[in-house]
Design a protein around this ligand. Structure first.
Ligand code: ARG
Length: 586
């Protein structure tokens, strides 16, 4: 029996097909609206008949009956199809269909092949992390990094081409003070031992000095002017500062398993700004206002009066000028058809104005308008519900937070398994600690703020990394005790279709991986996958408590091993997509 990966999507197509056959050309207007159903009624439900029939003053039950009668035979082989209430169509996958799905999607590779239907041929450029040079990464930066990495992995898994670009903030007025500070206040020893820390200190010290003495402020400004006019010494210093900063960022990216294809920072676009000013002016979109170049959007309630400043009155470029040039480059050079940029919600206005401007600009100049997503996220709060800070009121450095996570996880692992060699405990602590920080973030709807609490994120209960990583090791241990490899096909050969309530419930949850992936990637919200994996682990626990795996009947045993093996496969695949490293034992 052939089953498609995303059964709901397939049903949707088959229903549209059946509507055309049974309702004639008018059937084109029928939208099936297939969704996962309340398990008491079936696995999927199509609600679309009601709206269709109502709009045409038809009897919905009669329409539903016509459509069901026209469904292709393969649908009828796979499902028990019933019509309920005023015209809902319910689909219950037959146990043989569940078995076929579990047998077909037997490896990460096959899951990937199935999921590849979603994004065939799409090229997404994902701009994430994108921190500013010479500043330490703090806890607030973690969201963009881990959500961005998860989005990239998910889209790649689903067959999209993904280009990862770290749009570093490496150009701007802060370089005047940085260069002045570097020249006058630098501590070479500190620059070797903790370079980013020292750069940050230099900036703060220079900033304080500039506030104190006007002459210093002038000197810092002069350094900036020299840099901008291409002075060789300052340009070399600017490069050096960026390199130091980038090295320090890389250390954290490595720790978090984050990678980029490009690091085209803001400075990369310096020579591409004139074209932006020229084209926007020629297109009649930009106008001079008090010396600045600005864009208004008359159709917008706020942006009709609140300008998008694309060149400052002193002639200098800004965030907006660079982002406009970046949009163009990503479409023309990278040929991206979708551009995804991650920042916190505070930049919503900027990106709304950027996008309004880009659409009009591209349309006027005959360019293809890409698809654009500004993926926003809320803040991380401390346990008091306020912005998370150290006791002295400074932002918490990400490096310190990750180190603390590993230390805390190490203590936990040592308590649980004191007999494991220390190297093993360190390795487990790394996966659990880093995984916990990452999962805590990903499991929350990214639009909301969330409270960061060590006890909660490191708990072995609830929707947490430790719980899920432990669930993986539990399934692994079933196979280890039997001396079997969960991924060896002979282990599950001869399995029969799920039969007990717990088996069927688990099998249904497993096939739900497909619609979860689709939901997660269309909304670019990793928490949907987290919720699913947590529920899957729970369903597995119920099954494991209800049905003994090691029974004498070889067919029953094989099918319970099959369910266990697929639980392991999907848990591991899902956690890896979220960026977590899974373990064989804990
Ligand atoms: N550097 C910016 C910041 O730290 C984020 C950049 C996001 N990307 C972009 N193309 N504007 O807020």
């Amino acid at each position: 029996m052939h089953v498609s990966f995303d059964i709901a999507a397939d049903l949707d197509l088959n229903l549209k097909d059946a509507a055309l056959i049974s309702l004639g050309p008018e059937g084109n207007a029928f939208v099936p609206e297939v969704r996962p159903a309340d398990p008491r009624h079936g696995d999927f439900q199509a609600n679309g008949v009601l709206g269709y029939a109502k709009a045409r003053k038809l009897n919905p039950r009669a329409v539903a009956e016509q459509i069901v009668a026209a469904l292709r035979d393969n649908t009828k082989v796979q499902f028990e199809v019933t019509i309920a209430g005023p015209g809902f169509i319910n689909f219950k996958l037959k146990p043989a269909g569940l078995l076929a799905w579990l047998q077909t999607y037997d490896s990460a590779g096959h899951l990937r092949t199935g999921a590849s239907e979603f994004y065939k041929g799409h090229h997404n450029l994902v701009d994430f992390s994108s921190p500013n040079t010479a500043k330490q990464l703090h806890v607030g930066h973690v969201r963009g990094m881990v959500i961005g990495e998860a989005i990239c992995r998910l889209l790649e898994f689903c067959g999209a081409k993904v280009t990862r670009d770290n749009h570093i903030g490496d150009w701007g007025t802060q370089f005047g003070k940085l260069i002045w500070g570097y020249k006058h206040l630098r501590n070479d020893a500190a620059l070797t031992s903790d370079p980013l820390e020292e750069l940050e200190r230099l900036y703060k010290a220079a900033d304080a000095a500039a506030k104190e003495t006007p002459a210093t402020l002038d000197a810092a400004r002069a350094e900036l002017v020299k840099l901008q006019s291409g002075d060789a010494e300052n340009l070399a210093l600017w490069k050096k500062i960026n390199a130091i900063s980038s090295d320090a960022f890389q250390e954290i990216y490595r720790k978090l398993g984050i990678r980029f294809d490009y690091e085209y920072g803001e400075s990369f676009y310096n020579d591409k700004l004139q074209q932006v000013y020229k084209e926007l002016t020629a297109a009649g979109l930009a106008e001079e206002s008090q010396g600045a170049l600005v864009v208004f959007h008359p159709e917008h309630p706020r942006f009709k009066t609140q300008p998008f400043i694309i060149r400052k009155s002193d002639g200098a470029s800004n965030y907006a000028s660079t982002d406009l040039a970046t949009m163009l480059y990503r479409v023309e050079h990278f040929k991206a058809d979708t551009i995804i940029i991650l920042t916190d919600t505070r930049q919503t206005d900027h990106f709304e104005q950027l996008w309004l401007t880009t659409q009009k600009w591209f349309a006027k100049t005959g360019r293809t308008v890409p698809h654009f997503e500004h993926v926003t996220f809320g803040s991380i709060l401390g346990e008091d519900g306020k912005a998370i800070k150290t006791r002295s009121g400074d932002p918490i450095k990400l490096k310190a937070l990750l180190a603390e996570a590993e230390e805390r996880a190490f203590a936990l692992v040592t308590e649980k398994s004191p007999d494991l060699p220390e190297a093993d405990r360190r390795d487990i602590a790394n996966a659990v600690g880093i995984g916990a920080v990452r999962y805590a973030d990903l499991s929350q709807n990214r639009s909301s703020d969330y409270i960061f609490a060590w006890d909660k994120i490191l708990s072995f209960e609830g929707n947490t990394a430790p719980y899920l990583l432990y669930a993986v090791t539990r399934v692994r241990s079933i196979f280890r005790k039997l001396g079997l490899d969960a991924y060896d096909p002979s282990v599950t050969a001869g399995a029969t279709a799920p039969a007990t309530d717990a088996e069927i419930a688990l099998a249904r949850k497993l096939i739900g991986f497909a619609s979860t992936l689709r939901l997660t990637t269309t909304q670019l919200r990793p928490h949907f996958l987290c919720t699913y994996l947590h529920e899957l682990a729970g369903e597995f626990s119920t099954f494991y408590a209800a049905d003994k795996v090691l029974v004498d009947d070889p067919a029953v045993r094989a099918r319970r091993l099959l369910l266990s093996a697929r639980t392991l496969l999907i848990l591991e695949t899902g956690l890896n997509l979220l960026g977590l490293r899974t373990l064989a034992r804990m």
